[in-house]
Design a protein around this ligand. Structure first.
Ligand code: CP3
Length: 342
């Protein structure tokens, strides 16, 4: 069984000797070969040049026997294609080129011609898919509408999310207009990714946890459901949720193929709240990769043990890998999972 077959079996909740493993932001700053490319090219050049996006996507796979590749790109390509560009702030974090401040600006955003504007993503996926040739799972992704709206309304990375919440609570029709537009853009984008070779798509609801639990449905989950309903029959969907464990049963009711959980819940408790036909991905705290190999091995083994009788587990971090992660810890993690049960 190759990596791709293993991943698909896990998504279908079939029993396996060991779970497949991949990590998020695996192409990030912890790899010296990535930092070397960043000396020569900006993030946007890397993401927008299909040959370079292929190279960055493949870098971690050359080092570690991971079971999946994740497209090198960013969730913010969608606001950009809708008419609101982004950049990296000098002091770190993301800045949008302007902030959405009124209904007029939201009306001007467009959900059309996404495939044309993001054709470089399709071109990158085609190159990656050809290179992998069915040996590894190829994951595409996008942000949840709510998570994207936080960047678009706050003007970039935010500390208190006051503006996105203000719109949600004070002008629901305008909030919904924005969410409809983002959702439509994402549906077109995910179909394009599938056609270009993505085997599954992960929706990052990274900021789902900042809204009141009472309002999670109206602010975020409703729009995720709309997207999952639209594309479920075309491509397997994984919902990544951060800080939203109280919402697990509601997320499961959207019937995605898998739910990816952060580290705030023991994984077996998450498993108990998710129906057995939905796979679970997670949930090692990424900070552990800054520590020592023996700590990584002990914590990864605990997760493997906890999930050994629950078919449908994909080993993953609870969030993206940190730039400070140590390579030897990543090696230990991948070795712990790939040698499990052998
Ligand atoms: O996992 C992968 O390598 C796939 C590519 C990927 C990136 N971003 C590349 C990236 C994925 C899946 C993302 C998702 C993403 N981007 C999310 C959702 C996941 C999450 O982290 O919650 C969000 C919120 C973003 C927006 C974004 N992009 C942020 C907040 C940052 C960090 C900015 C900073 O200065 O800390 C980025 C930058 C980014 N996206 C990097 C990478 C590899 C680091 C870029 C660099 O410094 O070289």
């Amino acid at each position: 069984m190759n990596s791709r077959e293993r991943f698909i079996a896990a998504l279908n909740c079939q029993p396996l000797d060991r779970p497949p493993i991949w990590v998020m932001r695996q192409a990030g700053r912890y790899l010296p070969e990535y930092r070397a490319l960043k000396e020569k090219f900006s993030f946007l050049e890397l993401a927008q040049t299909p040959e370079l996006a292929l190279e960055v996507t493949m870098q971690p796979l050359r080092r570690f026997p991971l079971d999946a590749a994740i497209l090198f790109s960013d969730i913010l390509v969608i606001p950009e294609a809708m008419g609101q560009g982004y950049h990296f702030r000098e002091q770190g974090g993301i800045g949008m080129d302007y902030t959405l401040e009124n209904r007029d600006q939201i009306e001007k955003l467009t959900s059309s011609s996404i495939e044309e504007k993001l054709s470089y993503v399709a071109d990158a996926l085609k190159l990656i898919s050809a290179e992998l040739d069915g040996s590894k799972m190829l994951l595409g992704f996008g942000g949840s509408p709510w998570t994207l709206a936080t960047y678009m309304l706050e003007g970039g990375s935010s500390k208190d999310f006051a503006k996105v919440k203000a719109l949600f609570y004070q002008d629901r029709p305008t909030f919904e207009l924005l969410m409809e537009k983002i959702s439509d853009a994402l549906i077109a984008y995910f179909r394009m990714q599938k056609a270009a070779g993505a085997d599954a798509i992960q929706i990052f609801d990274s900021w789902g946890g900042i809204i009141s639990g009472e309002d999670y449905e109206a602010a975020s989950l409703k729009w995720i459901r709309k997207i999952v309903d639209a594309v479920r029959d075309e491509v397997p969907m994984i919902i990544y949720a951060k800080g939203t464990t109280p919402q697990l049963a509601r997320q499961a009711a959207c019937d995605p193929k898998a739910i990816s959980v952060d580290w705030t819940i023991p994984i077996e408790e998450a498993a108990a709240r998710i129906p057995s036909h939905i796979a679970i991905q997670g949930n090692l705290d990424p900070v552990l990769l800054d520590t020592k190999p023996e700590i990584v091995r002990a914590n990864a083994t605990r997760i493997l043990q906890a999930m050994k009788d629950r078919p449908g587990h994909i080993f993953n971090l609870g969030h993206g890998i940190h730039p400070t992660a140590r390579i030897e810890n990543m090696e230990t993690l991948v070795d712990t999972v790939t040698s499990w049960n052998q």
